[in-house]
Write a protein that binds this ligand. Structure first.
Ligand code: ZN
Length: 255
């Protein structure tokens, strides 16, 4: 849980372990899956607080909300002016085109159809195996760039039932990637056990009201790619499952 991070811990030789919430605790580089949404922006801030250098990876796969990718630049320039110490840690921003994912998917994220629940209990926003593909590409890129830490916004608490967001799935994939690439990758999922209200609070803990405002204004979560109407929690249609979760989390956070 998040609160465990604030407990002072000691290593075997008695030296205090630095608090990862308040201090840069690693001289290493991390690669963050950064789509421009609320969750991945919070993960980016988490990584910037923790790692000496942070690179970003986004995917273009014909998703309906390609607008998320367009939000990335605004978020990055906002983060740079908000925190000069973070700006100096920001490294390359990568984008990988994987249109194949849309070709083999038949979902509401890649086609212009209504979002609804399928007979299997999953919303038709589910792109089968999407996070497995993303993390595998991330690991391949990390391998090439000599990076051991990969950070993703997967979350088991407030989610749409996607099986590739589960902690068990991520742990199994970490094992498979390390076996298959003969590496010691660590897959970090700082939001895994947080609900959406706690994710807003984490953003505040990391970057204060400035970061919360930046995420509200410029991050994008709506499945429909709607940015016309501005709500207290940001832009979006207000109706789709992603907007509903984001709005509910904001109400609980702001209460
Ligand atoms: Zn929406």
């Amino acid at each position: 849980m998040l609160c465990a991070n604030s407990v002072m811990q000691f290593t075997l030789d008695g030296a205090p372990v630095r608090d990862p919430m308040n201090d840069q605790s690693s001289s290493e580089t991390a690669l963050v899956l950064f789509s421009g949404g609320q969750d991945s922006t919070t993960c980016l801030a988490w990584a910037l607080q923790r790692f000496a250098r942070v690179e970003m990876l986004g995917f273009a796969y014909g998703q309906r909300h390609a607008i998320e990718l367009a939000c990335r630049d605004q978020l990055l320039s906002g983060i740079k002016s908000l925190r000069p110490d973070w700006a100096s840690r920001l490294g390359e921003s990568h984008t990988l085109e994987i249109p194949t994912l849309a070709e083999i998917s038949d979902t509401a994220l890649t086609r212009d159809v209504a979002i609804e629940m399928g007979a299997d209990g999953l919303p038709n926003t589910f792109v089968p195996g999407r996070n497995l593909v993303f993390l595998t590409f991330a690991a391949a890129l990390a391998y090439r760039r000599g990076i051991d830490h990969i950070v993703g916004g997967m979350c088991e608490t407030d989610y749409s039932g996607y099986p590739d967001c589960r902690d068990e799935t991520i742990k199994a994939l970490q094992s498979a990637l390390n076996l298959g690439m003969a590496k010691n990758f660590e897959l970090h999922t700082p939001l895994m056990w947080l609900d959406k209200a706690s994710t807003w609070k984490l953003a505040h803990d990391l970057g204060g009201a400035g970061l919360v405002d930046l995420i509200r204004e410029h991050s994008h979560t709506c499945y429909l790619g709607e940015r016309g109407a501005q709500h207290a929690w940001g832009y979006g249609c207000g109706e789709c499952p992603a907007c509903a979760l984001r709005a509910k989390g904001w109400r609980e956070y702001a209460a």
